[in-house]
Ligand binder design. Structure first.
Ligand code: HEM
Length: 515
């Protein structure tokens, strides 16, 4: 009996040893196989500064130059901040489509610590319930086409105001700072759609918001560059962190008052039946809704509005400046566009949003502008779990920058990529961009001005409406002469955004008075 019991014990013991060996071998082999994928290539880096000495202040352009040597997926380290940079359509498709869910979150960057709404930011939210709820709200209500249609009059009025202002400058023989005027247009439009505020008469809320948003954008850009300092950045040597916080607190007080006014109107039933619900009304309705899938807070509402202002005003305004700059420097394209508008719109009225579908050259001009000068040239995402991209290992938590500037100027995807050539977007073009020729929502991975997939820009349709109508009007009504030279300086400015290095200041000459 004793002998049998020893044999059985030995048998179980041997099984156990085998089991452990197999498990260990499996995990060992898995690790070996996993690590077979090399990390993406990287230029030679220096201690502490990494690759800082290899980039200029125009980051997308510097990364594009490095990608020519190190490939479409490379590792870059700027001081303490590291990331992988994607530079062609094939790898962009892997990030945005093939492995979309793994790259659906965004990392926080330097300025996040100073944001008083930290934790509520939709733009930086991790892919999860809160983000999904807000995105659905954007796509089905806040920025959906039926809601945009309700505000067509607001956009029309702001466009008319822009044309009237330029006409006044013509009469006075004074130059026009288009950078400032186009930002006023986008800011007023978004302020009125979001909170029914504008800058007129005593109501200066919109102009205050415009200044605060400008300050926040400028300071967050500067602070995010400070990511290169790593943990030392908390010392806030420049004091920009403090300044950002103070601007945000001012914004908070202003929006708090506007929210109270909206709430009072709602509780006292002061609403005019003919008045459309603005975005804040919708957000407050969701806030009060006990059956909503996710309970949003007041902080979420204020933060969401801030995100819309920060993501929506300068992006559209900067794209319109680039469009005007390119058109002024390319008289053939300028006159072709004006001829198209004259033919379709006729000699009696200003171009309207409803004309856009009948103006293919105007649509091609705006797309070509966004291709050459994307307003968000570096799209930032974060890798969720370790994975392989383009044959290289990308580890969880790695920051991923999709360099749309490089993707949309890649000679493997575009003929004469650095030339402004709107014709390439026309159906008649022999440069077949594909079945998604006019696609701007990201299923054509060569053309990504608004990003792609679930995390793509929810404001794209609004931006397109505003840009087509405004640029169309400025071409329909005026000729333009460049202040202090023959050509507009088309060099990009520093930083993450793609603003012009110099503000666009030109003399308008009246060609058509629509009033
Ligand atoms: C020419 C104008 C614009 C351009 C070029 C632009 C571009 C972009 C890009 C590239 C992204 C990142 C997409 C991605 O990760 O795949 C983005 C995100 C975003 N944009 Fe826009 N945008 C513009 C206008 C607007 C407007 C008018 C609004 C709102 C009124 C807006 C609101 C947003 C928001 C809220 C996000 C974050 C979405 C998220 O994280 O889920 N944008 N935009």
């Amino acid at each position: 009996m004793a002998l049998i019991s020893i044999d059985v014990d030995q048998y179980y013991f041997q099984c156990f040893i085998w089991f452990i060996t197999v498990v260990l071998l499996h995990s060992f082999m898995k690790n070996i196989l996993k690590h077979q994928d090399p990390e993406p290539p990287s230029p030679f880096s220096l201690p502490f500064i990494g690759h800082l000495h290899m980039v200029t202040s125009v980051l997308p352009k510097s990364f594009q130059a490095l990608a020519k040597r190190y490939g479409p997926l490379m590792r870059i380290r700027l001081g303490a901040s590291s990331c992988v940079v994607v530079s062609n359509a094939t790898v962009a498709k892997e990030i945005f489509k093939t492995q979309e869910l793994n790259f659906c979150s965004r990392p926080e960057f330097g300025s996040s610590e100073y944001f008083i709404y930290r934790g509520s930011r939709f733009v930086l939210a991790q892919y999860g319930d809160y983000w999904r709820f807000m995105k659905k709200l954007c796509m089905t209500r806040l920025l959906a086409v039926p809601q945009l249609d309700k505000f067509a009059d607001i956009r029309d009025q702001e466009k008319v105001k822009l044309v009237e202002y330029v006409m006044k400058r013509c009469k006075e023989g004074k130059p026009c700072d288009l950078s400032s005027e186009l930002t006023t247009l986008t800011n007023n439009t978004i302020c009125r759609m979001a909170m029914s505020t504008r800058c007129s008469g005593n109501d200066n809320d919109a102009s205050e918001i415009k200044e605060l948003i400008r300050t926040c954008l400028k300071l967050s850009g500067k602070i995010s560059v400070g990511d290169v300092l790593g943990p030392l950045k908390v010392l806030d040597f420049s004091g920009n962190g403090k300044k950002l916080k103070s601007a945000l607190l001012k914004y908070d007080r202003l929006v708090e008052r506007i929210i109270q006014e909206h709430q009072e109107k709602a509780t006292k039933g002061y609403y005019d039946e003919n008045q459309e619900q603005d975005l804040l009304d919708i957000l407050l309705e969701v806030y009060r809704d006990p059956t909503a899938d996710v309970k949003i807070s007041m902080k979420d509402i204020k933060s969401f509005l801030l995100d819309i202002f920060m993501a929506g005003t300068d992006t559209s305004s900067s794209a319109m400046q680039w469009a005007m700059g390119e058109l002024i420097n390319n008289p053939k394209a300028f006159h072709k566009l004006r001829d198209e508008i004259n033919t379709i719109v006729g000699p009696n009225r200003l171009i309207k949003e409803s004309d856009i579908p009948n103006l293919p050259y105007l649509r091609a001009v705006i797309r070509e502008t966004l291709r050459l000068h994307p307003s968000a040239p570096l799209i930032i995402r974060e890798c969720g779990e370790d994975c392989t991209v383009n044959g290289f290992m990308v580890k969880a938590k790695t920051r991923v920058l999709v360099n749309c500037y490089a993707v949309m100027r890649d000679p493997d995807s575009w003929k004469n990529p650095d030339e402004f050539d709107p014709e390439r977007f026309l159906d008649s073009s022999d440069e077949k961009i594909g079945e998604h020729q006019m696609e701007f929502k990201g299923q054509n991975f060569r053309f990504l001005p608004f990003g792609s997939g679930r995390r793509g820009c929810p404001g794209a349709s609004l931006a397109m409406l505003v840009m087509h109508a405004a640029v169309g009007s400025l071409v329909q009504c005026f000729d333009w002469e460049v202040k202090g030279g023959e050509k507009v300086d088309l060099n990009p400015g520093p930083g993450f955004a793609s603003e012009m290095a110099q503000p666009l200041v030109c003399y308008p000459i009246l060609r058509f008075n629509p009033f």
